[in-house]
Design a protein around this ligand. Structure first.
Ligand code: GDP
Ligand code: GDP
Length: 353
């Protein structure tokens, strides 16, 4: 079942990380031997009352000149609009309402995404309660006073967030019993080529389920009269000068696609073998308990003898030892070799879930 995605955005120093930790808290499921998952807290699987959701932190903004802050905030907001079901916009009662808050709120309003407005650092209602009213001027609904540091008001905030799950949840995904597959992997491993090849060989329907909760377009491929929904992960190809940002976006993209998927196909480049980044991406799918197929692509480029597949498999299994259940397939998007087998494997993985 797919979980709603909640993104926290706001200016530097308003308390985004503190709020992230207050919500994720000890609930964060730390799978110790999963690479990458414990180190960067870009996302956390959370639950509150009977709701499960994925919390994402869209980005670190370096406090610099105010121009740069605004442009980075816009970028943050765009990512949140693209990937999240609900956006938590956090402001700071002590700094009051500032111009960049209003500008970002204009963007959020136009996107029509559900937004919950949190006013942080209200450590004492007696002292700061009245200052919260100013934030009504943002025009995006009732400001909710919180103190992330002392964990006050978090319940009210999550209640407001959860209201939007009910009205705008992923009903379209839940009513849909077709297998949903996310093709993930680092850039250039051949994800688009695989999708193109699959859609080229099979009858394709442009999905009409897209755009209801997310702007991504899903691709439906028919194989043996069964429809398979491939979740688009190419939508968020952001350019950024900062390497950490590119990696962060790729993780957010992966997390949100994996969330919606029943089966994850992790694509690895046969030429490179499993790299640290591959292991990190694998860690996300593992952490979220999804069925995983490791597709070793560009197999056409490898000189082989009768031991090659065996050696490759044992090598990859050693590096991905935290997910011994993963299935393996060696493919070539270029020649089409064994692409058909992917469908069989998807069916097997689903049956075992
Ligand atoms: P970010 O840059 O938006 O992620 O902000 P941080 O979470 O790093 O917090 C910035 C500063 O505000 C830190 O010094 C926090 O300790 C402080 N802070 C965060 N939440 C609160 C709060 O509820 N009350 C007070 N008084 N300080 C807070
Ligand atoms: P993505 O970034 O993961 O979507 O990767 P692309 O699908 O854009 O592929 C990256 C590059 O690898 C392109 O130049 C493809 O033509 C090439 N490529 C993809 N699949 C194969 C394959 O199976 N064999 C070979 N030799 N090249 C491939």
């Amino acid at each position: 079942m797919s979980k709603p995605v909640v993104a926290i955005i706001g200016r530097p120093n308003v308390g985004k990380s503190t709020l992230f930790n207050a919500i994720a808290g000890e609930q964060i499921s730390i799978v110790k031997d999963t690479p990458g998952v414990t180190r960067d807290r870009i996302y956390a699987d959370c639950s509150w009352l009977d709701m499960n959701f994925t919390l994402i932190a869209t980005g670190g903004i370096e406090p610099d000149s105010s121009d740069i802050i605004l442009s980075q905030m816009r970028e943050q907001a765009e990512i949140a609009i693209e990937t999240a079901d609900v956006i938590v916009f956090i402001t700071d009662v002590r700094q009051g309402l500032v111009d960049s808050d209003s500008k970002v709120c204009d963007m959020l309003r136009k996107s029509r995404k559900p937004v919950v407005l949190a006013v942080n650092k209200v450590d004492s209602m007696a002292k700061f309660g009245n200052d919260v009213y100013e934030f009504y001027n943002l025009g995006i609904g009732d400001p909710i006073p919180v103190s992330a540091a002392s964990r006050l008001g978090i319940g009210d905030l999550l209640e407001a967030v959860a209201e939007h799950f009910k009205s705008k949840g992923n009903q379209d995904d839940e009513d849909d019993d077709r297998p949903r597959i996310a093709i993930v992997g680092k850039p250039n491993v051949g994800k688009s080529s695989i999708i193109n090849r699959l859609t080229g060989q099979n009858r394709v329907i442009v999905s009409d389920i897209a755009g209801t909760t997310r702007d991504a377009i899903d691709t439906v491929v028919v194989n043996n009269k069964q429809e398979y929904v491939f979740i688009d992960t190419a939508g968020l190809r952001r350019k950024s000068k900062v390497k950490e940002d590119i990696e962060r976006y790729s993780i957010i993209r992966t997390v949100t696609a994996v969330d919606r998927a029943d089966v994850v196909i992790l694509v690895i480049d046969a030429n490179e073998g499993v790299t640290e980044q591959d292991a990190k991406i694998a860690g996300i799918a593992h952490d979220k308990g999804k069925g995983i197929i490791v597709a070793v692509n560009k197999w056409d480029l490898i000189e082989k003898d009768n031991k090659t597949i065996y050696e490759y498999t044992s090598n990859i299994k050693r590096i991905l030892s935290f997910m011994p259940y993963a299935e393996f397939v060696f493919i070539s998007a270029l020649s089409g070799q064994r692409l058909q087998k992917l469908f069989e494997m998807i069916d097997i993985v689903r049956e075992n879930q």
